[in-house]
Each structure stands twice: as C-alpha cells, then as structure tokens.
Design a protein around this ligand. Structure first.
Ligand SMILES: *[C@@H]1O[C@H](CO)[C@@H](O)[C@H](O)[C@H]1NC(C)=O
Ligand SMILES: *[C@@H]1O[C@H](CO)[C@@H](O)[C@H](O)[C@H]1NC(C)=O
Ligand SMILES: *[C@@H]1O[C@H](CO)[C@@H](O)[C@H](O)[C@H]1NC(C)=O
Ligand SMILES: *[C@@H]1O[C@H](CO)[C@@H](O)[C@H](O)[C@H]1NC(C)=O
Length: 376
C-alpha cells in the first residue's frame, strides 16, 4: 500500500517534470568559483552596530574559493578592506590577502579591533578610498568585475560630497554598490537605498544578508563581453538576466547557411540564436528592433533540421540540442524556418526558402562562475 502510494507520487513527479517548460540557462552560481575583485567597507565609528557583520562577511567566502592571484584556474577573488569614521583607512588592498587563510585571519583581526572614539561617520571618504583602491589595480585583471559592499548602521554626514554622488561614480563605471544596514533604523535604510545600486540595499534585520550579498556577487560575476547584449526579460531588466549573450551585426542580412557560418566563424563558441520559449522569441524581436534603424519583422534563429529531426544550433564541437516540443512545433516540411512577425503582431516560426536573406542573431554563453572569459 505504502509502496504503491510512493510509486504514484514518483510517477506524478515524472509527469510534472516532463511538462515543465524549457528556457535559457540561468547565470552560473557556483560560490566556490567566483572571479571578482571585492572592496568591503565597514563603518567603525563609535555608534556603529557591528552585530553579525564579520560573521556575514565570513559567510560570503566559501573555503574552496581561491582568494588572491596566481592559481592555475584563473577563477579567483581578491578582497580589499576599508574602515571609516570621519576618515577612511585602507586595512587591506587588493594585493594583501593571498589565500583563504589570509582572508580569514584578516576578518578575525578586524573583529577584535575596537571601534573608533568618534561618532562621526563620513561614507564619502570610504567610497573615494574604494575608487582609489580599484584604480590602483588598473591594467591588471581588467576582465574581473569589481564590486563594493558597505556595512553601516549610521546615517552619517560627509566630508566632500554626499555618498550617493560618490557611489554614482562607481555605478557609472559598471561597479555595483551593495549596502547593508546593520541596525534597525528605517531612516538609515532610506539613506542607503539612494547610495546602493538598484535592489542592492539590504538589511541585517530582514532576510538573510549573506544569501542576498552572495546572489549580488554571482549576478555581478555574470556578464557579457563588450558589444554583446545579455538576455534579460523584459528588454531592460538586469534583475532578471540569463546566462546567454546575443549579438547582431547592424543591418546585415544573409541566407540561412551563411548566417550560421558567420556566427561560428566570427565568434568563439558562437552559434545561431536559440529560442527555447516564447519569452526568448519576444526578447529576440525586441533586441533586434532596439538596435536597428528600421523595424525588423523577420530573422533567422538557430532551428535546423537534420534528416527530418529539428535541432537548435550549438557551438562547434557540441552536439546540437533536439527541439523540445514545449518550445513550439516546427513546420512539417521545410528545410528552413524564420521568425516572422505578422501585421496583427503575432509571431511564428515560418517556413521559408533557405536562400531568402534575413537578419539573424548570434548567441554564446555568458561569462560567469562556470565560464571564465579572458577578455572583458
Ligand atoms: C585622512 O586620511 C588621509 C589619508 O590617510 C590623510 O591625508 C588626511 O590628513 C586625513 N584627514 C584627517 C582629517 O585626519
Ligand atoms: C577604526 O578606525 C580607526 C581609525 O580609522 C582605526 O585605527 C581602527 O583600526 C578601526 N577599527 C576597526 C575595528 O576597524
Ligand atoms: C580612476 O580611474 C577612472 C577611470 O580610469 C578615472 O576616470 C578617474 O579619474 C580615476 N580616479 C581617481 C581618483 O584616480
Ligand atoms: C544564510 O544563508 C547562508 C548562505 O546560503 C547559509 O549558509 C546560512 O545558514 C543562512 N543563515 C540563516 C540564519 O538562515
């Protein structure tokens, strides 16, 4: 009886999993393979709430994470520390901590250091110090994303410029700024919200700060090289980005085979774009139209047929991906299909002659914890 019920549940799970929709890969999130340069800033004025700060910081760095540089696998993370009150102190620059043990003992030392006597807390001094720390490493590890994480419980003052204006300099350079309110003041929380990047103002008091910061770190580590667009939905929704990158050469049209060859020859590990679900199709149209001077109503995707079976194009050396019925039904008798948008706004995979010339999109996997990229 029990066994039969178990089997029933098992079969039900199977049934559910086969009807699950397919979609593009999510960003890699292996916390042992982050490759980042992180500046950690900790307020140490006398009224700072340090509760759980160093436990949270410890929790960010998995014991198997390579700290520092010089490893065979280039996926390693450098960590710098700055403390501040009315002035900022560089506790550790990007060159100091060269192993997980170094990092751990630095954290323990900071934990033992008493707070400063002053109540003054001027975050702009620390953000400027972070900019200098990042600048001083320019030319080395430029392909590694930088990020800044600030811990404070205090709505402080400033020395030269409001902290939100200094953080803008970082954000404009593509460097995310995470803030963590270590106290319970809602005034501090709204002050920090203006300093942090979108959706990166966290609080110790709600949720799991370690988990939130780690998510921000793996998200930051997931990016596309210059000229490539990162698949996200809707078109400008960095909070919902996927681990694939797209590119389309301006106004270039070609027949299907030339398009496919172009993606493989011009881009390392490139292939013709996949369209695993309706959302990706909507994105592909939106992306092409966002970069084109005139409306694009047709383009080639990577759907190809071999002996009557449909597959998605994949990088050289990788087997092609069979078309999942949940992605859509391919036409019965045609060698080539193109994405078409009709006058009523609907879109469909439409049989076309393979010699028709259309726009096309190339795709490749994003740089993330699973895929190291030599160039930024
Ligand atoms: C703050 O620190 C900088 C650099 O360490 C130093 O030049 C400056 O004099 C300090 N300012 C104050 C007010 O202590
Ligand atoms: C706090 O700040 C003072 C002055 O900047 C510094 O000497 C001290 O080491 C700092 N303490 C901690 C815990 O960071
Ligand atoms: C840091 O580097 C950026 C980009 O190279 C530059 O624009 C900026 O002026 C530098 N800032 C400082 C304080 O050196
Ligand atoms: C917070 O998240 C981290 C990382 O996922 C986890 O190790 C830790 O146990 C969580 N803490 C709590 C209190 O849930």
């Amino acid at each position: 009886m029990k066994m039969r019920r178990f089997l029933g549940v098992f079969l039900l799970c199977l049934a559910i999993s086969t009807t699950l929709s397919v979609s593009d890969r999510r960003c890699g999130s292996d916390v042992t393979r982050l490759w980042l340069d992180v500046v950690i800033i900790v307020d140490n004025c006398s009224i700072m709430n340090l509760n759980l700060v160093y436990e949270t910081i410890s929790g960010l760095f998995n014991k198997n994470l390579q700290i520092g540089t010089g490893y065979t696998d280039p996926r390693s993370t450098r960590v710098g520390f700055i403390t501040y009150n009315y002035n900022a102190t560089d506790v550790a620059d990007f060159y100091k901590l060269q192993s997980w043990a170094d990092l751990d003992s630095q954290i323990q030392r900071l934990k033992m250091t008493p707070l400063a006597r002053t109540t003054l807390s001027k975050m702009d001094t620390a953000l400027y110090a972070a900019i200098n720390m990042i600048n001083s490493t320019a030319g080395f590890r430029d392909n590694y994303k930088k990020m800044v994480i600030v811990f404070t419980s205090v709505h402080g003052s400033y020395q030269k410029n409001p902290p939100k204006d200094v953080s803008k300099i970082l954000k404009a350079r593509g460097i995310p700024v995470v803030t963590v309110n270590t106290g319970s003041s809602s005034d501090t929380q709204s002050y920090l919200k203006n300093i942090a990047s979108d959706n990166m103002a966290y609080a110790m008091a709600d949720g799991n700060a370690t988990q939130e910061i780690l998510k921000a770190m793996t998200d930051t580590n997931c990016f596309c090289q210059s000229q490539w667009a990162q698949y996200q939905y809707p078109l400008y929704a960095p909070q919902n980005r996927y681990g694939t990158c797209l590119i389309s050469t301006n106004d270039m049209v070609s027949d299907r085979e030339t398009a496919r060859h172009f993606c493989h020859q011009h881009f390392q590990n490139g292939y013709l774009v996949n369209e695993l679900d309706q959302q990706k199709r909507a994105y592909n149209f939106a992306y092409l139209n966002s970069i084109s001077a005139s409306p694009v109503n047709a383009f080639y995707n990577g759907l190809v047929t071999l002996n009557g079976v449909w597959f998605w194009d994949q990088p050289d050396g990788r087997p092609m991906l069979p078309l999942d019925p949940n992605s859509g039904a391919a036409p019965q008798r045609s060698a080539c299909v193109a994405d078409m948008k009709y006058s009523d706004g609907t879109t469909a995979w439409t049989p076309v002659s393979c010699t028709n010339k259309f726009r096309f999109i190339c795709e490749k996997v994003a740089c993330d914890t699973d895929n190291y990229c030599e160039n930024a």
